[in-house]
Write a protein that binds this ligand. Structure first.
Ligand code: AMP
Length: 302
């Protein structure tokens, strides 16, 4: 059984202190799918416009991503423009053009309806709920969102949160969603909204997992060359969910392994602009960095 994702497919224009890229392939569902495809087949639900090149769809297909749920609509593809300062930790959104996303209403192909692991990527929370309603009996549902939706559609987002098992957001978003500055208190408030498992991403400081009973911390891989953090969050989610879909165990120990897999994929993604690094990434590099994570965090008892 494969993994279903709904999210954005985009053209991004990104500027970092190390360079810039104009109108390159991006989007939450794109980064997610390509990262997850190292572990499992993916079924993609998203929309592109008439301007989206066939060669990018062929690229997704070449990665075992089922694009039958990728609708081509009249109009232009979603566009996002962002800039990162010297710290590289947070993107400043300069422009968001929803374009075809504005009128998108997901309709799942019949064959997608029995998929039991679902990732509701960063997209309008109304659409996230709509996708969930079309899936017969999901075993595991995870969700990502961002400040844009927390500010503009908080009530709808809270409704969607009541339906999910895992929420993956960054620290700023966790604070915004809960109205709490302390992350532990924020986590408890968010868990009470629905998701019993919460992952708070903290950029170069790693990720925190709050489960029912435990808290776990994974570092980010200390890289010498970070070029573009765009898509790090979605690549993290893709590695995380892809690994869970492959191993099909949702206990705390496996969720911890999956978090490290997510961190591995995110660490590779930031080494270049757009999806360039993923296009040449090979599976043995993933296992090599997973082992490096183990060494990085190992210590003996006193
Ligand atoms: P992240 O993994 O958080 O860095 O996400 C980056 C991706 O999110 C970019 O490739 C954008 O195309 C996409 N994105 C930015 N804003 C939105 C939005 N409001 N809705 C959906 N996707 C977005």
């Amino acid at each position: 059984m494969s993994l279903l994702v709904v999210g954005s497919v985009a053209f991004d224009s990104v500027k970092t202190p190390f360079g810039e890229a104009e109108e390159v392939l991006g989007g939450s569902a794109t980064y997610f799918s390509v990262a997850a495809s190292f572990f499992t087949p993916i079924s993609l639900v998203a929309v592109v416009g008439e301007d989206f090149p066939q060669k990018e769809i062929d690229f997704l297909k070449s990665r075992k991503i089922d694009t039958d749920g990728l609708e081509r609509a009249k109009g232009k593809t979603f566009r996002w423009k962002g800039e990162y300062g010297f710290q590289l930790n947070e993107a400043k959104t300069l422009d968001t053009q929803l374009n075809v996303l504005q009128t998108f209403w997901p309709k799942l192909p019949e064959k997608y309806k029995n998929i039991d692991i679902v990732f509701l990527g960063n997209i309008d929370p109304d659409l996230q709920r709509e996708v969930l309603q079309q899936v017969a009996k999901p075993k595991l549902v995870a969700l990502d969102t961002m400040n844009f939706w927390i500010s503009s559609k908080k009530n709808s987002l809270i409704k969607t949160l009541g339906l999910v098992d895992i929420l993956i957001i960054n620290d700023g978003e966790a604070r915004q969603l809960s109205d709490e500055t302390n992350l532990v208190k924020a986590a408890r408030k968010i868990q009470a909204m629905g998701p019993k498992t919460l992952i708070i991403k903290r950029g170069e400081y790693g990720a925190l997992l709050f489960s029912k009973k435990n808290i776990f911390h994974a570092p980010a891989y200390p890289l010498e060359n970070v070029f573009d953090p765009t898509g790090a969050g979605d690549s993290f989610a893709g590695g995380f969910m892809g690994y869970l879909a492959k191993t099909r165990k949702f206990d705390d120990a496996n969720i911890r392994r999956a978090i490290i897999m997510g961190s591995v994929l995110a660490s590779y993604n930031v080494e270049d602009f757009s999806l360039r690094r993923f296009r040449k990434l090979k599976y043995p590099e993933i296992t090599k960095r997973f082992k490096a994570f183990k060494t990085l965090t190992h210590f003996d008892t006193v």
